[in-house]
Design a protein around this ligand. Structure first.
Ligand code: 5GP
Ligand code: MN
Length: 341
């Protein structure tokens, strides 16, 4: 944050705050939002967390979850409520996304609002719409950046168990359980501080990773036994799931999360892709190893983006057409896919 003094005085003279995060929030998006909300409450502000969509039930344990306004498609009442909050807000925090285009109608509301905007994020190439930015693409998680900001505000002592658990959840998942290449010493230092402030690592891990439904576990079994397609010449794995397959396993929001990682766990594989039919569009998730730029494929061909090793996008074509498009671009990347680094 360049103008920390300005940010401090903005907090001091404001009361009504809106915190928004991206579509289908993950643990980092929701954890950083609720962690920040907890902190702002302690500072005497009145924060409201609004999400552009629902999110997985394995995140519902987070303190503050009950007060989140989660928008739903075609729910005009909720949309109007969001508009009221946004119009009344003196500050709007945008967390864990870098472009207002990623949050649908909320993005338009925010663009039009007179509130001061604060972007806190770790994605590449942010759209510079905010008055204050706390942005670091090297940071593994937005939750870590929230911790850093609270620390820079000399307010570390305000972090209680609830805030610490929310932030720890974001740090844990965005580092893939401290396994991804974005895990630096800093991530462990922040984790250590959060545990010191009351975060409970084994409890949070259990809540996030070990609260499967039987249906989800069977979906994983089905994907592993029937749907993993390996393309050895491209060191690539893809998984494709049609709507009827998702229905067959009664798939809920969040159930597909993590599936893409199984592909990358095969020795020698450098790129893994999951594509599934979300009704309104085909959603793609990319994961890669080393220097292979998964985000370039997402950005150039699938209206998306993300980090080098974890990216996503979407397609308005059919599932089969989307697969064909993906297969057609692989030859262009053949050399890079077969590199070792
Ligand atoms: P996931 O595959 O878990 O949905 O997303 C992985 C990462 O890719 C996210 O953290 C985000 O950075 C990025 N990402 C996913 N979907 C999209 C998208 O539709 N557009 C953009 N720009 N980035 C995305
Ligand atoms: Mn994140």
């Amino acid at each position: 944050m360049k103008d920390l003094q300005g940010f401090k005085s903005l907090l001091e003279r404001s009361k009504k705050v809106v915190i928004v995060t991206h579509f289908k929030p993950d643990a980092d998006a929701l954890g950083s939002s609720l962690g920040l909300a907890g902190y702002l409450k302690k500072k005497g502000l009145e924060p409201k967390v609004i999400t552009p969509s629902d999110y997985p039930t394995f995140l519902h344990w987070m303190p503050g979850n009950d007060e989140v306004l989660a928008l739903e498609k075609d729910n005009v009442e909720k949309e109007q409520e969001a508009r009221r909050w946004v119009n009344d807000a003196e500050i709007i925090f945008c967390l864990d996304f870098s472009s207002l285009n990623r949050i649908n109608s909320l993005g338009e509301m925010i663009r039009e609002s007179n509130a001061k905007k604060v972007l806190i994020d770790h994605h590449l190439e942010p759209e510079h719409f905010a008055d204050y930015e706390h942005w670091d693409p090297k940071a593994a998680s937005t939750a870590g950046l929230i911790f850093d900001l609270i620390d820079k505000m000399a307010d570390k002592s305000t972090i209680d168990e609830a805030i610490a658990n929310c932030l720890y959840a974001g740090l844990l998942t965005d580092t893939g359980g401290f396994r991804h290449s974005n895990t630096r010493q800093t991530e462990f230092l922040i984790a250590s501080e959060l545990v010191g402030a009351g975060a409970n690592p084994s409890w949070v891990s259990k809540k996030i990773y070990d609260t499967n439904t039987l249906a989800r576990l069977k979906l994983i079994g089905y994907v592993l036994s029937q749907k993993l397609i390996v393309l050895p010449e491209y060191r690539t794995v893809y998984i494709m799931l049609a709507q009827d397959e998702l229905k067959q396993f009664n798939t809920q929001t969040g159930d597909t999360e993590g599936l893409v990682n199984y592909g990358l766990s095969i020795e020698g594989i450098r790129l893994a892709v999951l594509m599934y039919d979300r009704k309104e569009e085909i959603k793609l998730s990319f994961r890669s190893l080393g220097t292979f730029p998964a985000n370039e494929i997402a950005r150039k061909y699938f209206e998306g983006g993300g980090h080098r090793n974890a990216a996503g996008g979407s397609s308005k074509q059919t599932l089969q057409e989307t697969l064909n498009k993906f297969l057609a671009i692989l030859p262009e990347y053949k050399a890079e896919l077969n590199k070792d680094d």
